[in-house]
Write a protein that binds this ligand. Structure first.
Ligand code: SAM
Length: 251
């Protein structure tokens, strides 16, 4: 069955066996694990991973690709025809591992959706735009450090594993990709993401401005020990948590 790639679903299919094998060794799937793949597409990762497992769950939004996967008659595969952004990852009987060559157009909202299920997730191995991976693993003081870095690192240990060239895909994307590994922290740096998200979003809304300027409607210098004459990118994650705690004391 042929399939024309759909841009709106971020379809860039992996066609490089070496890279596929490297991703699978990085995931290191084991039989007793519940693994959920987001966006199986035509099965580039799905089929080789199934060789290691008795069962695999996949979530695919594209009806035609769901038909294609069904036609493979893989009884070890449970196919959810669904939008991963709406998917309830709590529905499995034990903690899950999540994997996928993610549709790039929804990578940030998807990561934030998955953040809501962090307690159900052991770890996640994703292919993303290299630029997004760089932002997620970045540390304070760097230009790439921002909202995604703080929010992901507060709840996950993150690691950029390796770069994947454009030539590994069909059709070829315009940009390089990379493999990102995220492991849920057993002791998250903060319990509730919402107030942290609120502060971080405002703090980075105008990166060139000082925190004093960005945050003036919610907190002032007399209410926190964090030096608000700095810009957001200078604050470590721990500093942001202190700022959040000081902000919460006001409410
Ligand atoms: N895993 C395949 C591969 O590596 O060749 C396909 C990867 S492709 C980058 C992304 C896949 O995610 C496509 O199959 C696409 O249809 C699917 N997809 C896009 N948006 C989705 C969504 N919201 N929920 C679930 N799947 C989605």
């Amino acid at each position: 069955m042929s399939h024309n790639p759909r841009k709106r679903f971020g379809q860039n299919f992996l066609v490089d066996d070496q890279i596929i094998n490297r991703i699978i060794s990085t995931i290191n799937p084991k039989n007793n694990e519940i693994i959920v793949e987001i966006g199986p597409g035509k099965g580039a990762l799905t089929l080789p991973i199934l060789e290691h497992l008795d069962h695999l769950n996949v979530i695919e939004i594209d009806r035609d690709l769901v038909s294609l996967l069904n036609s493979l008659q893989q009884d070890k595969l449970t196919i959810f025809e669904a939008d991963a952004l709406q998917f309830d990852f709590n529905q499995f009987p034990q903690k899950i591992r999540v994997i996928g060559n993610l549709p790039y157009n929804i990578s940030s909202p998807l990561l934030f959706h998955l953040l809501d299920f962090r307690e159900q997730i052991i770890d996640m191995t994703f292919m993303l735009q290299k630029e997004v991976v760089d932002r997620i693993v970045s540390t304070h003081g760097n230009k790439t450090y921002g909202r995604l870095s703080v929010m992901m690192q507060a709840f996950f240990e993150v690691e950029s594993m390796f770069v994947v060239p454009k030539e590994s895909f069909e059709p070829q994307p315009k940009i390089e990709s990379a493999i990102l590994y995220l492991k849920t922290r057993t002791e998250p740096l903060v319990k509730n993401p919402k107030p942290l998200e609120e502060i971080v979003k405002i703090a980075f809304s105008q990166r060139r401005k000082t925190l004093k300027n960005c945050l003036k409607s919610i907190i002032n210098q007399s209410q926190t020990e964090i030096d608000l004459s700095q810009r957001a990118e200078m604050l470590s994650i721990e500093n942001f948590i202190t700022l959040m705690n000081d902000y919460e004391k006001q409410n």
